[in-house]
Design a protein around this ligand. Structure first.
Ligand code: SF4
Length: 303
């Protein structure tokens, strides 16, 4: 009898569907995907795929991004209830008011935001290109950064720019405290500590390097050390272990887990391709057209 993974691969072939999965997805979902990556890599992959259907294994804002970049494709999310609390921490009305308060400022929104917020922003960014994008904004222009105060704060530190930061944050990364880093480092003194910029500053300051998830994967492949403490969502340990057999990875905390990312299961991926689960992700064209501009600007400024 065919395994569930074989069934998924066969259904995907028959339907000309591509399966995209974020590095925070459960291990078996990553293993069955055509492409595993971070938000930026997945946006690029979504914009280039020749497939007719995109099955997006991640949270809703990611699937919305794929739908915005591919208006002619069918984008399916296996679990429509997989949201992102950080993306929901700012509303379109709140951002509109902020723009009135700071006229002339360039609005940079983290991709972890709703389509409405992307539509009201000038440029989108991910954690892998936020620094480069803000550096390219003329120095005489003010910057509003939404919704993640930690990523925004890190960009501010690195660029020396004074930015208006929204008070949003990721509850999963907020659980990565300085005490946890100190304790895990004491257990593995030879390990290099890699942390995501969504983590609070006090924790980032104790790490050896700050990277997006894609940046972590690139760094580990080239780096000479054999042991790493990973201070981001634990799903990436599966990605890193597969890409780097022989290296060891320790989660800074088993509680650094995003419950929304884990709402998608391999069974739901199969049922989505069978038409028994999942939802078509549709963004009204009026919003999508504006959001596409801020995403296209990101892609243009990242090159
Ligand atoms: S890890 Fe944080 S930012 Fe990412 S989807 Fe989960 S809650 Fe949102």
């Amino acid at each position: 009898m065919a395994s569930i993974a074989e069934k998924i691969r066969s259904l995907a072939r028959q339907q000309n569907a591509v399966i995209l999965a974020h590095t925070y997805q459960p291990a078996d979902v990553q293993d069955v995907a055509d492409y595993v990556g971070d938000s930026y890599g997945l946006s690029i992959e979504a914009s280039r795929t020749p497939a007719d259907i995109i099955v997006f294994c991640g949270v809703m804002f990611m699937a919305e991004t794929a739908a915005i970049l591919n208006p002619k494709k069918r984008v399916l999310i296996p679990e429509p209830g997989a949201g992102c609390p950080m993306a929901d921490m700012i509303t379109a009305d709140e951002l509109s008011r902020l723009k009135v308060q700071y006229p002339g400022h360039i609005v940079v929104c983290y991709v972890n935001s709703t389509a409405d917020i992307k539509a009201l922003s000038d440029i989108c960014c991910t954690s892998s290109n936020a620094l480069r994008i803000v550096q390219k904004i003329p120095a005489d222009r003010g910057v509003i950064f939404v919704p993640d105060k930690h990523l925004g704060g890190w960009v501010q530190e690195k660029t020396g720019r004074s930015m208006v930061l929204w008070d949003g944050f990721c509850p999963t990364h907020a659980r990565i405290t300085p005490d946890l880093i100190t304790a895990v480092r004491a257990q593995h003194p030879e390990a290099t500590v890699l942390i995501h910029p969504e983590a609070p500053k006090a924790s980032r300051d104790l790490a050896d390097h700050v990277f997006s998830t894609g940046g972590m994967c690139d760094f580990v492949k080239k780096d000479g050390n054999r042991e790493y403490i990973i201070a981001t969502e634990t799903g990436i340990i599966h990605t890193l272990s597969k890409q780097n057999p022989g290296k060891r990875f320790y989660a800074v905390s088993e509680h650094a887990l995003c419950p929304n990312m884990k709402k998608i299961s391999i069974e739901l991926v199969a049922e989505t391709l069978e038409g028994a689960a999942g939802q078509v992700v549709a963004v009204p064209e009026e919003i999508a057209a504006k959001a596409r501009r801020s995403l296209s600007k990101m892609i243009e400024m990242s090159s």
